[in-house]
Design a protein around this ligand. Structure first.
Ligand SMILES: [Zn+2]
Ligand SMILES: [Zn+2]
Length: 157
């Protein structure tokens, strides 16, 4: 199984406000100021909850609401511009790094989330033993464990 999209390890380069607007239009969304602000906030990389995104856009968008940010995030998700992940015990998180089918390392202690590239080479567990007739496009994998900091802290305790 090969993955046609290269994993660059980098968040997608976004460019300026105008380029973000073009991206929205290509995805079939109207380019509005609130949407551009949310994309720009996600474009800084990482995984963010709606509340975090709201915090970072509320200065630029006076008068916006958390509810509005939720709406924008789900529109971006449905249009394929943002990916939504739902780690257990955490609110849904959004990220702009899409299309590379990367996976996540989640620390069960502190909630740290890191991206890992899609499994390379033979990855038998990503080939479903029973497809039930599905044409499988992606496999979502989350590795759970303790990050280095939390391991050190638990050893020290
Ligand atoms: Zn941790
Ligand atoms: Zn990610």
């Amino acid at each position: 199984m090969t993955h046609p999209i290269l994993d660059t390890h980098e968040p997608h380069q976004l460019g300026g406000d105008r380029e973000i607007g073009e991206r929205l239009k290509r995805a079939g969304l109207r380019s509005t100021e609130p949407r551009r602000a949310v994309v720009a906030a996600l474009g800084q990389g990482g995984h963010h909850s709606a509340a975090e995104v709201f915090d970072s856009v509320s200065e630029r968008l006076t008068g916006t609401s958390l509810q509005a940010v939720y709406g924008i995030l789900s529109a971006l998700n449905e249009a394929g511009l943002a990916r939504k992940i739902e780690p257990p015990g955490s609110p849904a998180l959004y990220e702009l790094r899409i299309g590379d089918n990367h996976h996540h390392l989640v620390c069960t202690e502190c909630g740290l989330i890191l991206d890992v590239p899609c499994a390379i080479g033979e990855a038998p567990c990503l080939t479903a033993s029973e497809t039930h007739g599905f044409a499988i496009a992606t496999a979502e994998v989350t590795y759970h464990g303790m990050c280095p900091d939390c391991q050190a802290a638990s050893l020290a305790a």
